[in-house]
Design a protein around this ligand. Structure first.
Ligand code: NDP
Length: 448
């Protein structure tokens, strides 16, 4: 073990020197390298070919200016970026995020993670991620449209159905994908599957909107089944109130879980009676149409709102972080364990701090990392690409059956590489399973 620690330190030292001040990126790589370095210790072929070192370096990063005019004709400038991380097993694939916090470190961590996640889906997709520091909050429909058109006008030079296929993420939903797809189509004068998350009318897939949340619940169901348990009757804590959170709640309700929290960047609501289908539809209207704040839920349904707080202190059986990265600190993790939490499925990307992961490991919780738990979204994006190429549309049941099968395969791969005497280390399992397919492909290509 000591020799692995020394090797990990050497590797991380070099990575941090080459990528200064990129804390989220360092965190994501360290999480993976901690499992991969011991795994490849007795596999000299991977070491000689410097596979891990090459996987920790993106193929390329494209950075560009995005100029647009607001409703008062002021000229506004944002930065756009696309990280094309690795296309060893298929075209670059990953979402686009519009949020003021977007920077190179965040997009690099997301692109790196995406490569392993896409490999886990068993579909032929490489990894990428993009976005901008544009803040869609408070912008008019016209402003969002002009921004999206400007953003994709530059990005269109670098993407294509066999090159790089972006999708949505935080701040980018069906509306933004529609604006970007329309402008792309107009620029290249071709109708092709270059973006996923499209509306059903123009090449979108059934279940894509729901897939990440549904997938996170399927992952939980699979973990619990492996341990002889089920979701039925369990109290669940969910963070966020966007796309991933709302469809996580919908599927949990269907499986007999009781969800008692939702949150946004201003705080969380605690509804001990449970967030049923009717209340959830109200949240969909609040967030999707009115773009309001979750505090309004507390006024509407007469429950408590905790301003500036996260929901992890609420006693629960199961937890689903579905908002953003690093939303569970060491203290939050201890609160969750104290409150009786037995299992976590990460809907958001990298929501747990490294110290929090250690707390969960020591308490032997079932803990599905984001690269496994939220892979349902990109998996159905992959199915959207297949349907676009075949020029057909599958019905809801067909796509949902595929999604459940894929989440089952992801779970089983985690078990193959992560099972130990006291259960399954899903982090280790997902890291190694995601690594192997990409690594073998890179080996086959020689030195590139
Ligand atoms: P949305 O924009 O639909 O919702 C994001 C939610 O998280 C909102 O409730 C938002 O609150 C909250 N949030 C965002 N940033 C913060 C913050 N810094 N602190 C507290 N709350 C915050 O995004 P998605 O639901 O699509 O994405 C959520 C997570 O899931 C992200 O980590 C994303 O990368 C990941 N993911 C999404 C996929 C998808 O298919 N959409 C696929 C795989 C992963 P507010 O409204 O106040 O900003």
């Amino acid at each position: 073990m000591a020799e692995h620690t020394a090797e990990l330190e050497r590797f991380m030292h070099g990575l941090m020197r080459r990528n200064p001040n990129e804390h989220e990126f360092h965190q994501a790589v360290q999480e993976v390298a901690t499992d991969i370095i011991p795994y490849i210790a007795d596999k000299p072929e991977y070491q000689e070919m410097q596979i891990l070192e090459r996987m920790a370096e993106p193929d390329r990063i494209i950075i560009f200016r995005v100029c647009w005019q607001d409703d008062n004709n002021n000229v506004r400038v944002n930065r756009g970026m696309r990280v094309q991380w690795n296309n060893a097993i298929g075209p670059y694939k990953g979402g686009i995020r519009f949020h003021p916090s977007v920077n190179q470190s965040i997009l690099k961590f997301l692109g790196f993670e995406q490569t392993f996640k896409n490999s886990l889906t068993t579909l032929p997709m490489g990894g990428g991620k993009g976005g901008s520091d544009f803040n869609p909050k408070g912008k008019s429909e016209g402003e969002v449209m002009r921004f999206c058109q400007s953003f994709i006008t530059e990005l269109s030079r670098h993407i294509g159905p066999d090159t790089d296929v972006p999708a949505g993420d935080i701040g980018v939903g069906a509306r933004e994908v529609g604006f970007m797809f329309g402008q792309y189509k107009r620029l290249v004068n071709r109708f092709e599957g270059v973006l996923t998350g499209k509306a059903l009318e123009f090449g979108g897939s059934e279940i894509r909107t729901e897939a990440t949340g549904y997938g996170a619940v399927y992952m939980m169901r699979n973990m619990l089944a492996h341990a002889g348990e089920s979701i039925d009757g369990k109290t669940c804590v969910v963070s966020g109130s966007g796309n991933v959170a709302t469809y996580t709640v919908e599927k949990l309700n269907e499986f007999g879980g009781k969800v008692v929290t939702l949150s946004d960047s201003s705080g969380f609501i605690y509804d001990p009676a449970g967030i049923d289908a009717e209340k959830l539809a109200w949240v969909g209207e609040l967030k999707g149409k009115r773009r309001g704040r979750i505090s309004e839920y507390a006024d509407e349904f007469g429950c408590e709102f905790f301003e500036g707080k996260r929901p992890w202190g609420i006693p629960c059986d199961l937890a689903f972080p579905c908002a953003t990265q690093n939303e569970i600190s060491e203290e939050d993790a201890k609160e969750l364990v104290k409150g009786g939490c037995k299992a976590i499925s990460e809907g958001a990307n990298m929501p747990s701090d490294p110290e929090a992961i250690e707390v969960f490991r020591e308490a032997n919780l079932l803990h599905a990392p984001s690269k496994a738990a939220n892979a349902g979204g990109v998996a159905v994006s992959g199915l959207e690409m297949s349907q676009n190429s075949l020029r057909i549309s599958w019905d809801r049941k067909e796509v949902d059956d595929h999604l459940q099968r894929i989440m089952g395969r992801i779970h089983d791969q985690c078990v193959i590489y992560g099972e130990h005497a006291n259960g399954v280390d899903y982090f280790k399992g997902a890291n190694i399973a995601g690594f192997v397919k990409v690594a073998k492909s890179m080996m086959a290509y020689g030195v590139l």
